[in-house]
Write a protein that binds this ligand. Structure first.
Ligand code: DQA
Length: 145
């Protein structure tokens, strides 16, 4: 069974209470439950990791590079400026899909650019929890290509 690492970046631990008009009312646990439910249907295994620290996310990617088959990542604000995270995603050579709850292309101008998507095989944005689910389906389809 393929194994997918689901990474949530900075501030996503506060989902449910953080700007609900932008990010929705689901908590991170509820988001993870939905991902886990779909993963079961798609017959893939998922492991979850959340951190507010760039280095911890990079360490997690390094540690999982041989035990995982793919990555579903919401890098939070690191999306827009973290060349270190970008290099880690490229370096571990796992297919990665970037997801965002909000529509980063139609918010503040600094959010429109993603430095991490350049090393990902796809990006899903603006659909709330559905962005994660679409991203997971895309990743699983990628495995069968
Ligand atoms: C986000 C969008 C980012 O711009 C923001 O910094 C986040 C969340 C999203 O899921 O919509 O923390 O990645």
């Amino acid at each position: 069974m393929r194994k997918i690492l689901v990474i949530h970046g900075p501030n996503l631990n506060l989902l449910g209470e953080r700007e609900p008009a932008v990010y929705g009312s689901a908590t991170l646990a509820q988001v993870n439950d939905e991902i886990a439910r779909l993963a079961k249907k798609l017959r893939v295994q998922v492991e979850f990791f959340q951190s507010n620290h760039e280095g911890a996310i990079i360490d997690c990617l390094h540690d999982c590079r041989t035990s995982m088959d793919g990555v579903l990542i919401n890098p939070g604000a690191l999306t827009h400026y973290s060349y270190a995270l970008r290099d880690a995603i490229a370096g571990v050579q796992l297919p990665a899909v970037e997801v965002h709850l909000s529509d980063i292309h139609h918010r503040e101008s600094f959010r429109a650019h993603s430095v991490t998507s350049e090393v990902c095989i796809g990006q899903f944005s603006g659909e709330g929890v559905r962005s994660y689910l679409d991203g997971l389906e895309f990743l699983v389809e990628h495995f069968s290509r």
